[in-house]
Design a protein around this ligand. Structure first.
Ligand code: MN
Ligand code: MN
Length: 291
């Protein structure tokens, strides 16, 4: 663990969150929001750990605008931002209400409060289900349901989901937590409390480098190997470098098994979802790096 880089990534994340809160207005193009946030990360000396997720209403996670996206910010918007400094990641998210709606506000309060309470509970040797229980009870006290098949996670260098899962419910998993880097991310919903895999998001991860025939697929693979061999990326970034022909390359690489295309995660009953997330370094003491 490189504590200095972890702290630096967290500090950039804090600034980017404040910036995001200051610029996002109803009816702004998601594409514009994503580009501004990603530019800001680089300006502040960070690298982007994954494409900015801008997920609206019943999309819980994994929506990033594509290169010609016309979607405008509205409803209950979740902003999930990933920054890294030489692979040491700060993963953080918040939600905003863009329609002055009481239920949205309450959902946002529920996930924020759940994160706050879980943060109080987590320390070395806290059992995973104690954290899950805290999140579940907090969200239920608002009359909502946590998303049971989304969870927090451990973080390692260049690894967003490093093996340990931090549940959003009391799942009887009584493993004690060790020193390390973790993201806690409660999701609250007025719906069923589960997500399913929806349409492809255009957020990809390289899973193997096996050969591919067509020139455009090869060119696309070369770019991915050079710039995105470890962490997720999106079609928008690839198109910026190679033009829209790269869409064929990405499709062929996906069909050839080189790429995983993350699905959008949809709430089962199509009700709204809020999210709050911070990254926490657990040592003898704990440091919330992103707050
Ligand atoms: Mn996140
Ligand atoms: Mn996360």
């Amino acid at each position: 663990m490189d504590k200095n880089k972890i702290i630096k990534a967290g500090k950039i994340a804090k600034e980017v969150k404040e910036y995001a809160k200051s610029i996002i207005k109803k009816d702004m193009l998601l594409l514009e929001i994503a580009e501004l946030i990603e530019t800001k990360i680089k300006e502040l000396g960070g690298d982007i750990a994954f494409p900015v997720n801008l997920s609206i209403n019943d999309i819980a996670a994994h929506y990033t605008p594509n290169n010609d996206d016309k979607t405008k910010a509205h409803g209950l918007l979740k902003i999930d931002i990933g920054i890294h400094v030489e692979g040491w990641i700060a993963d953080t998210a918040f939600s905003i209400d863009l329609e002055d709606n009481e239920e949205n506000k309450k959902l946002i309060e529920a996930s924020s409060k759940a994160l706050e309470n879980a943060t109080k509970v987590i320390k070395e040797n806290t059992k995973l289900n104690e954290i899950g229980k805290t999140i579940q009870e907090t969200i239920e006290s608002f009359g909502f349901t946590p998303i049971i098949n989304l969870s927090g996670h451990s973080l390692e260098q260049y690894d967003l989901h490093a093996g340990i899962t931090i549940p959003n419910i009391n799942n009887k998993q009584n493993t004690p937590i060790k020193q390390g880097l973790y993201a806690i991310e409660p999701f609250a919903t007025s719906g069923n409390g589960k997500v399913y895999d929806g349409r492809p998001s255009g957020i990809y991860r390289l899973i193997n480098n096996k050969n591919v025939r067509s020139p455009i697929a090869r060119e696309t693979l070369r770019l991915i190997e050079k710039e995105h061999d470890k962490l997720p990326f999106c079609s928008r970034w690839i198109i910026k470098k190679l033009g829209t022909k790269a869409l064929f390359g990405l499709k062929q690489l996906e069909d050839n098994g080189n790429l995983h295309n993350y699905p959008q995660l949809m709430e089962l009953s199509h009700k709204k979802v809020s999210q709050a997330e911070n990254t926490i370094l657990i040592e003898k003491e704990k440091i919330i790096t992103t707050e």
